[in-house]
Design a protein around this ligand. Sequence first.
Ligand code: FDP
Length: 327
Amino acid sequence: MIRFEQTFMNFLLHHQERHKRTYHFLILMDALISAAKHVEHYYLTGALKGNLGLAGDVNVQGEDVLRMDQIAQEITVHYLRASGRVIHAVSEESEKIIPINTEGGRYFVYFDPLDGSTNVPHGLPVGFLFGIARRNMEGPEDGHLRSGKDYIAAGMFVIPTGAFTLALKNAGTWRFHMDEIMDFVRPVRMILPEDTKEWELSFNPANRHAYAEKVQSWIEQNERKYAFRYLGALAGDFHRILANGGMFMYPAIVNHPDPRKNRPQGKLRLMYEAAVVAFMCREAGGTAVDETGTPILDIQPKEPHQRTALYVGSKPLVGDIARALLG
Ligand code: FDP
């Protein structure tokens, strides 16, 4: 018997109709889906085509640029442009804000089309993360850097697994999977489980002795209660937390033996990493804070590539570590 599944586009059309929304968002989402499928294709065939290595450039952050970073960026900017719906984009791969359709665009898109660089040479899971905010349509535009609480949607593709998760403001977090004709199908609402049996902790254990003392002692007191998992690509690690509950964290690095390697501001980018997962987490019943216990979604970015520490996941765990951080 053939099993017919609801497609992502069908799901979204109904959502837009139910909430009396415009078709503009559909066009933008269609562009992001096309971009992600295209990136997915390049990644899947990357090992054979020699696309999983270095590009030979160094970016403004002094990091080696991967060939796949360039390919993913080019593909995504192409589709965003073609949509006609985007004013400006902020991308991990571009130092400056990228003007797209500054006159007619309605949305700001903040994205990282290939996150989790250490997995790339091995073809292991990486993320395509994005957040979307709406232009102020009623008056003069008031800036292109929105805090997460002003996003209207945020999502991530875990490439090349075919998993896609999208959160819509006040309408939940939904997961889809790619079928044999590359449609994303079978919407499943994601709600962080309350049962602690499945909960996981996820952080880079190589860094634990460089975290603030409060964080180190919190880990010592709590780590035995939960399973531990770490893939090294935010989208993949957060994908598990959304399904199983628990907490992903990338704390500030403040006690590194080589002080030049400290990262008191944290490592992850606010606009296209931390705020994206924080938004998805909120819509799934969870929460996220930074090193000062401030909700990630309340942080107003001052610059596009701002970094932050991140604690994201089930409310009791994030609340507990926030109290430890403030204590
Ligand atoms: P990466 O630097 O490998 O691109 O973007 C930051 C990020 O990946 C996240 O995806 C990931 O969670 C984290 O950094 C991994 O950092 P570590 O290698 O320091 O654990």
